[in-house]
Design a protein around this ligand. Structure first.
Ligand code: FES
Ligand SMILES: [Fe+2]
Length: 428
């Protein structure tokens, strides 16, 4: 029997027959054993986004990133030559963690246990009372290097000493046409971190579909939904690659959330948004008015790379890009969101969210940014309000499968890719 409401176009999911239409297993979301296999066959084998180049602009700047799914912690540092290097935070002497701080600037790393010194490339340069060691060749005892590379200013590491693909080979099949997005102009913003008691895929899933916007965000950003679209934010288009996936969404640009010209020159789109929201959302409208024309960088909509708003829809709001495995990168006309869902255990995830804006030239621009900080915080809290409950409910065993609609195609693709890699590895 047909459903009462048919989407106007063919199902996006059917473009990828390997995904099927059937229910999706809950087991990968609740099984500790499945998570152990994900660690070995995914997280210790693939490129993982750990930060941006702006976080370590000068030689000696470093940060330390704990990657529980890889059972390690990496030091990411800019060396004297200006290159970005990564190494395990493990002293070659008796294996103490060399760096305790989360970030900083240094000339050398000194292990706090016995004082071994390593330069910014991880080479061992100093050993107190070296004469008492037995033929110690310092060249053999540097910090263990981690594969590291940069794509569009995003720093990635790969625990595999010989990665199967370069970072460019990993990114380009789906994201080559996003290169040139003005990431380097979006250097200002805000960040949140939180440990959530749910599987990493379950948390990511809450961000890789827009079916939920009308409901869970009903009191915050649902005015960004185009009312002629049947009440739901239906995807314009989807791209599912071998690993990565993305979805493009349109909506009501007259909402403050959806306004493409907020903080830039303003123009007709922002004026329309003000007219529409001044009465219903006075604080949002005040922030929008204050921020207009404040960005140091203008964002010409027709200057975006081909892969951003790739359908060229006039009412485009944003693209959801999911860089496999755990990196959500939402690209918008004038800001972007970069969220990571880093696994800690089968039912525990470190959420790290960063929102990048252009630098503002006026106090009004900063006010707009502060407004967006609290507005997006509230949206995030709405998104996160379900995930721990969903995890608990999934663990009851009451249901073995979940049912997905066409707009949730990225959720389906994500589960499919993870399962393919975990099972392919198992069958070898
Ligand atoms: S463990 Fe690092 S110097 Fe001894
Ligand atoms: Fe959401």
């Amino acid at each position: 029997m047909k459903s009462a409401v048919e989407p106007s176009a063919a199902f996006l999911t059917d473009r990828y027959p390997e995904l099927g239409r059937g229910p999706v297993s809950v087991e990968p979301y609740v099984s500790p054993e499945y998570y152990e296999r994900e660690k070995v066959h995914i997280f210790k084998k693939t490129w993982l986004q750990v930060g941006r180049v702006e976080e370590i602009p000068k030689a000696g700047d470093y940060f330390v990133k704990e990657l529980a799914a890889c059972d390690t912690e990496v030091i990411v540092v800019r060396n004297k030559a200006g290159q970005i290097r990564a190494m395990h935070n493990v002293c070659a002497h008796r294996l103490n963690q060399v760096v305790y701080e989360k970030c900083g600037n240094t000339r050398k790393f000194f292990c706090k246990f016995h004082g071994w010194a390593y330069d910014l490339d991880g080479k061992l340069t100093g050993v107190p009372d070296e004469a008492c060691f037995f033929d110690l060749d310092k060249a053999d005892y540097g910090l263990t290097q981690v594969s590291c590379d940069v794509w569009e200013g995003f720093i990635f590491v790969n625990m595999d000493p010989n990665p199967a693909q370069t970072l460019a080979e990993f990114m380009r099949p789906v994201y080559g046409d996003v290169e040139g997005y003005p990431f380097d102009k979006l250097t200002c913003g805000f960040a949140w971190t939180s440990v959530v008691n749910c599987n990493w895929k379950l948390a990511l899933d809450a961000f890789q579909e827009a079916y939920h916007v009308a409901y869970i965000h009903g009191n915050s950003i649902a005015d960004a939904i185009d009312k002629s679209e049947g009440g739901s934010m239906r995807p314009l288009d989807v791209v599912c690659g071998d690993l990565h996936r993305r979805l493009s969404l349109a909506g009501n640009q007259k909402s403050v959330y959806g306004n493409p010209k907020a903080v830039t020159s303003g123009g007709a789109a922002a004026q329309e948004a003000l007219a529409e929201s001044a009465a219903s959302r006075p604080i949002a409208a005040a922030a929008l008015r204050a921020g207009m024309g404040s960005a140091r960088h203008e964002f010409p909509l027709d200057g975006l790379p081909e892969g951003v708003n790739w359908t060229k829809h006039p009412n485009w709001l944003f693209d959801i890009n999911v860089v496999f495995p755990d990196f959500y990168l939402s690209l918008r006309p004038n800001y972007c969101q970069a969220y990571n869902f880093r696994p800690i255990a089968h039912n525990k995830t470190l959420f790290e969210g960063r929102v990048y804006y252009p630098e503002m030239t006026t106090a009004g621009g900063r006010f707009f940014q502060e407004y967006m900080k609290v507005a997006l915080r509230d949206v995030l809290l709405e998104d996160m309000s379900t995930v721990e409950r969903t995890q608990l409910a999934a663990q009851t065993g009451a249901k073995q499968h979940m049912v997905l609609q066409d707009g949730e195609v990225l959720v389906r693709h994500g589960a499919h890719v993870v399962d393919r890699l975990v099972n392919a590895a198992q069958s070898v």
